[in-house]
Design a protein around this ligand. Structure first.
Ligand code: ADP
Length: 414
């Protein structure tokens, strides 16, 4: 079926052809035709053709205009959606401080709904949050500034506010609000971390430096020399562990941290990990038990060495952050199509405000640092990466001063 558009053009073409033939006939046989014939074969068809051409073009023209209008409408809608979905908060106001536009991210950052502030001046808006006031403070000669405050959980938040002259003629300004809390927090943690790491490296290195020369001293007794050698070995072990953790993190970030794929005996890995810490927990009167809820543990395909790192990390943390005489439960169970390993302690727990950052690189909770000055803040970051690379999940539940349960799941091999 041809479209109406194409048919109209065919009809117009046919009429024009008809008119042209008639003109030719009138020219060849002049005087043989009456006026009526002229009108019927020439004027009327010509008139019809012209009307059709006009109608066709006006239809084309109007449909083109409506297509353009549709496109414009779509463009406006799209722009609105882009503005609404931006990660930055946007607020437009005029010279008098009247709010003319606000996107949903700005509503979220400010904790105010658009209906409470739209078309109102700053003075008319009640209970303004500090971030809102910061939007209207002088920018001086700069176009951006930072504003920090604590949220209701006491968490430090930092926003960058960028001042853009939207229209000089209308006196309208755009304020772009960017949440840089995480960036700030990580930078702070990074510099704190570098200081801590330098000390961590310096302590064992100094230990080695001061004890090694005594080994050459003939006046030093053999028993003391033996003690020094043991200390040197312990210090080098600490240095090796620290360096290998740093190396692991770098490899993970570069994507060169490789994994083997083998059928592993998770039960054995856990049993050994628990056994290896028997002396440590006994010294601190901590009870650690390994519970299996099933007798036949299903096979899991994973990299045994990497999984051992994760299993050890949960147990080491549980021991580190549990007070003397505490209790630790290590459990291996099947949950749906996964095998689940969890370590539950009744230790210091994790404060609510620190929970979101627990798997971040270098993160250590203040209370954990106070209890255990040593620690890299890399263990859980490495753990999360390893488990997710194996198609599993990591998580925890924790209550401050009550304890924590860290767990991971791995898919069971069919
Ligand atoms: P590290 O233990 O070396 O500091 P991790 O990455 O293993 O590094 O742990 C990061 C942080 O998570 C710890 O510093 C501590 O604040 C918190 N954490 C981990 N496990 C526990 C736990 N079982 N109880 C309380 N806090 C924990």
């Amino acid at each position: 079926m041809k479209s109406i558009k194409e048919n109209t053009f065919l009809i117009i073409a046919a009429i024009f052809a008809f008119v042209v033939i008639n003109i030719a006939l009138f020219y060849v046989y002049p005087g043989n035709f009456t006026n009526i014939a002229y009108i019927t074969f020439l004027v009327i068809p010509l008139f019809v053709a012209i009307v059709l051409v006009f109608t066709r073009f006006s239809v084309l023209f109007t449909s083109r205009i409506s297509e353009q209008e549709d496109e414009k409408k779509l463009l406006r809608e799209r722009q609105k959606e882009i503005v609404e979905n931006m990660v930055e908060g946007l607020i437009v106001h005029n010279k008098l401080g009247k709010i003319l536009s606000v996107n949903s991210t700005a509503e979220r950052f400010l904790g105010i709904s658009a209906s409470e502030i739209l078309y109102k001046t700053k003075a008319e808006i009640k209970n303004k949050p500090s971030l809102f006031n910061a939007l209207f403070e002088s920018f001086g000669s700069v176009s951006e500034k930072e504003h920090s405050f604590k949220d209701k959980y006491g968490k430090e938040l930092t926003f960058k506010i960028i001042n853009v002259e939207l229209s000089k003629a209308r006196g309208e300004k755009l304020k772009i609000i960017r949440d840089i809390s995480r960036e700030k927090h990580l930078n702070k943690m990074k510099s704190e971390y570098l200081t801590i790491m330098s000390h961590k490296f310096l302590t064992p290195l100094n230990g080695i430096k001061w004890t090694a020369p005594s080994l050459l001293d003939e006046a030093v007794k053999d028993v003391d020399k033996e003690r020094f050698v043991k200390n040197i070995i312990k210090s080098t072990d600490t240095l090796i562990e620290l360096t290998s953790r740093l190396l692991r993190v770098t490899e993970m970030e570069e994507g060169s941290f490789t994994y083997k794929s083998e059928s592993i005996d998770l039960e054995k890995i856990i049993e050994n990990a628990v056994k290896d810490r028997r002396d440590d927990v006994a010294k601190r009167n901590i009870t650690m038990t390994f519970n299996k809820t099933i007798t036949l543990i299903p096979k899991v395909v994973a990299d045994a060495d990497r999984i051992k790192v994760v299993v050890d990390n949960f147990i080491d943390n549980a021991i580190k952050y549990t007070k003397n005489k505490g209790k630790i439960d290590v459990t291996l169970e099947v949950e749906g199509k996964n095998i689940k390993y969890s370590v539950k302690d009744n230790g210091i727990g994790i404060a609510a405000k620190a929970q979101a950052d627990i798997f971040s690189k270098f993160f250590r909770d203040d209370r954990a640092i106070a209890m255990h000055t040593e620690g890299s803040g890399l263990g859980l970051f490495i753990t999360k990466n390893i488990i997710e690379e194996h198609g599993g999940k990591v998580g925890f539940i924790s209550t401050e001063n009550k304890g924590s349960t860290f767990f991971f799941t791995l898919p069971i091999k069919k």
